[in-house]
Design a protein around this ligand. Structure first.
Ligand code: CTP
Length: 319
């Protein structure tokens, strides 16, 4: 249990961001990082006490029916009904059933990826996880193209696809969905109220246009279980970010885990500015009290795991 303990109780809001990147200096990818298999297996075992990625990655068809009422995980007083479309898109069996991959890449969305040249390295992993439908084509040299699982918070439809206000945006989303080409589209539909219509729009498009994706909708207990695991290990996260969720799930089915694009700081290790996202102009907002995330704290925990060989973080150029 002690492996992921970090002794930092400082509030991320109080952190002096200009110095933050210096504290988090990580040696270049070529330095002597060694995978610690024993520790990875130990972490997998510990996480299995809280959740099972194979099951929690998605609610299955057999467990719900159209019309069922679901209370949102973070807004318990608000409910949604399981629509016919949602029901149709629930998988019958876990998309990860019996899966084991030698190496996995989890690609976060930090601008630190720009000019990294990490694309080929990322694409060489056996399973590649991406977050929030982040674009790949225009950035393939730095982020790669291979996508085996991609997440989609409902808010992405608003942020990146203008809430599908007109045909142009609908077409843009359709193209992005078509490009997924058989990969898993992971939609946290039951987490927070407010995303219901957006999830429904996407479900409808997938069915209407026979889009070749394997949809997955995380279980109601996943977020609390993930938070429980990290809290037990003294990582006091408020609400896990998509990136941390993906790492926690990946420990179950990936033997070695490589993280790219995880860098929640406005300056890189050489004190050059870093965009919050590699593909848009969103600003750093995670330090605000209102933000549900505690990204620098998560990063610190991941960095400790990197140093112990349980995962590998790449925050600069690839070889
Ligand atoms: N990330 C990071 N540093 C950044 C931006 C992102 O480490 N500057 C990681 C985080 O783990 C994040 C993941 O990359 O979860 C994907 O980025 P984003 O799409 O912004 O993540 P969300 O956590 O889903 O953000 P939000 O809840 O605001 O939608």
């Amino acid at each position: 249990r002690a492996e992921v303990v970090i002794n930092d109780s400082s509030s991320p809001a109080a952190v002096d961001r200009s110095n933050e990147s210096i504290k988090h200096n990580i040696k270049p990818a070529s330095s002597k990082w060694r995978h610690n298999q024993t520790l990875s297996l130990k972490i997998r075992k510990q996480i299995l006490k809280f959740l099972d990625a194979e099951k929690d990655i998605s609610v299955l068809k057999g467990t719900l029916k159209p019309g069922d009422i679901i209370h949102y995980v973070f807004d318990r007083d608000s409910t949604m009904n399981v629509s016919q479309n949602l029901y149709e898109l629930l998988p019958r069996t876990s998309p990860l059933k019996g899966k084991q991959f030698p190496t996995c890449a989890i690609v976060g969305n930090s601008g630190v990826l720009l000019s990294s040249g990490c694309g080929p390295e990322i694409d060489a992993h056996s399973f590649v996880i991406r977050c929030n439908l982040a674009p790949v084509q225009e950035y393939s040299q730095d982020v790669g193209m291979k996508t085996d699982l991609v997440t989609m918070n409902p808010s992405v439809i608003q942020r990146a696809f203008e809430d599908l206000v007109n045909e142009t945006w609908r077409e843009k989303l359709l193209q992005r969905l078509h490009s997924l080409n058989g990969s898993i589209l992971w939609i946290p539909a039951f987490m927070a109220k407010g995303g219901k219509e957006r999830v429904e729009w996407v479900n409808e498009l997938i069915l209407k246009h026979h889009i070749n994706v394997r949809t997955a909708y995380p279980s109601l207990r996943l977020l609390h279980a993930v938070r429980g695991y990290w809290l037990t290990n003294k990582v006091h996260i408020k609400r896990p970010t998509t990136g941390l969720l993906m790492y926690t799930l990946a420990t179950r089915f990936c033997n070695q885990i490589y993280l790219y694009g995880f860098w929640p700081f406005p300056l890189d290790q050489n004190q050059n500015p870093v965009k919050y996202h590699y593909y848009d102009s969103l600003k750093y907002g995670y330090t605000s009290q209102a933000s549900p995330h505690t990204m620098p704290l998560e990063f610190k925990a991941l960095k400790t795991l990197h140093q112990q060989g349980a995962l590998k973080l790449t925050v600069g150029e690839c070889d």
